[in-house]
Write a protein that binds this ligand. Structure first.
Ligand code: PHE
Length: 464
């Protein structure tokens, strides 16, 4: 077993929290949340969303930090082996190896699959930043521009640039680069997000008098319960996993670089709070109302391209909009980049620490793997000539609705039922705040796993 003497560690507490926020805050907040929330009824979606946040998201976040720090102290930065280490105390080593390998393999596979499309949206953000600067989308209908964008093979260059930059950043190592960038860029995302939200609520009704941005705000915050479906319950849970970077072991990996006495509880709560502010307050008050104002109550539903089809409309009508648009899309690129680095680093750490693959080789291997799994998505728009990316949407549905949630369930059960009370002791080691025993028993042992199982059951009942 490796020891942790040569492992990287985060430099400062604020750096750690911003790096974790950089990991969680990403395209999931500004691209995925608006399209998923709008497609699932807006306000009606927010009810299961908040429920899943408290009952499933926060407890699972605590679990990943706990497993992560424990694993890091034993020289492992990824979920499978950590589950193994933890479970070893409670079950036979043979079973533990099986469980650990299964979790590691699912984590690896799901992360690669997420990146088959996630890296494309990073590319879109970069491409849109460049098109803002050059005025590429000025005077063109934003919907039509999006169709042209995803069907034009030339734009794949932005995907490749994004991928190459990711590979390069990961080869250089974790803590310094990510922390330094996150300290500058994360606050910038919040400041620009607030400006965009103010612009959104003062937008009025630029296209149709019935489609004001205020009505768009109402659409998110005033639930129409008739829109609540069983599908939206599990979709909301999946969005919580996606946006908080849970269910793959990514948070575990970052937490494995913690100092041994780090305050897990405060740091977890801070990560969740920063992420939710960006998602619900900023994206909910900017991207959704803007999309509503330009696309209307029907147009806002169903398209994975929503954020890209709606926002350029605003920038083209703003003073200094081209610069503002470029800055916004570049920040989006950065938000996606920091999340993608977290995923990439996790995969490389898994290869390095568990299979002995040298870091540089691992980074190259993942780069090639990303190119291969990303190829069908790259090809889809070009071949069909449409922006209605069916394969892409399907993969994203599978990730959000099943895969992340199943792995999250395994993590919670491992800690709360195999490691049991020692899990709570580990969680509370160091730090100011402690998770009380009743909370651990009520949430980690019962509510969280039961709700996940029930939600998955409800959702899949059509199949059995
Ligand atoms: N949470 C990130 C986002 O919202 C995406 C992500 C998912 C990152 C899973 C890491 C792991 O964009």
């Amino acid at each position: 077993m490796a020891d942790n003497q040569n492992r990287d560690q985060w430099g400062s507490k604020i750096g750690l929290i911003l790096a974790m926020a950089g990991n969680a805050v990403g395209l999931g907040n500004f691209w995925r949340f608006p399209y998923i929330a709008a497609t699932n009824g807006g306000g009606a979606f927010m009810i299961p969303y908040f429920f899943a946040l408290i009952v499933i998201g926060l407890p699972t976040m605590l679990v990943e930090w706990t497993i992560g720090r424990y694993g890091g102290a034993h020289g492992h930065g990824t979920v499978g082996p950590m589950v193994y280490i933890q479970a070893k105390k409670a079950i036979s080593p043979k079973k533990a190896i099986i469980l650990g390998s299964v979790c590691g393999a699912i984590g690896f596979g799901v992360t690669v699959l997420v990146n088959s499309y996630y890296t494309h949206i990073i590319g879109w953000s970069l491409g849109y930043a460049v098109n803002s600067l050059t005025g590429g989308y000025v005077g063109v209908d934003s919907g039509a521009f999006f169709v042209n964008y995803v069907t034009d093979p030339k734009n794949l260059i932005f995907w490749i640039i994004g991928l190459a930059s990711l590979g390069w950043a990961v080869m250089k190592g974790v803590s310094e680069g990510i922390e330094a960038w996150a300290k500058v860029m994360m606050p910038a995302i919040y400041v620009f997000g607030i400006i965009l939200a103010v612009r959104a609520v003062t937008l009025g009704a630029p296209v149709n008098p019935d489609w004001s941005s205020m009505k768009g705000l109402n659409f998110v915050w005033n639930p129409d319960l008739s829109q609540l479906t069983s599908a939206s319950i599990v979709t909301a849970t999946g969005q919580i996993f996606f946006t908080l970077s849970l269910g793959m072991g990514i948070i575990c990996n970052y937490a494995s670089y913690l100092q041994p006495d780090e305050d897990i509880v405060t740091a977890s709560v801070a990560t969740v709070a920063l992420n939710e502010f960006a998602e619900v307050i900023l994206a909910g008050t900017s991207v959704i109302p803007i999309s509503y104002a330009f696309l209307g109550p029907e147009g806002i539903k169903g398209s994975i391209g929503l954020a890209f089809m709606a926002l350029p409309n605003v920038f083209t009508t703003m003073a200094g909009g081209r610069i503002f648009g470029a800055v916004w899309f570049f920040l989006l690129f950065f938000a996606g980049f920091t999340s993608a680095i977290a995923m990439y680093n996790y995969l490389v750490a898994l290869l390095e620490e568990e299979l002995g693959v040298q870091r540089k080789k691992g980074a190259l291997l993942i780069f090639v793997l990303y190119l291969i799994v990303g190829a069908p998505i790259a090809a889809e728009g070009i071949i069909t000539g449409e922006a209605n990316l069916i394969y892409f949407t399907e993969v994203d549905n599978w990730i959000g609705n099943y895969l992340l949630i199943v792995l999250g369930l395994l993590e919670v059960i491992t800690l709360a039922w195999l490691v049991r009370d020692d899990g709570l002791v580990e969680m509370n080691k160091g730090g100011l705040w402690h998770v009380p025993k009743w909370f651990y028993k009520l949430f980690h042992q019962f509510l969280t796993p039961i709700c996940i199982i029930v939600f998955l059951g409800i959702f899949t009942r059509d199949y059995w």
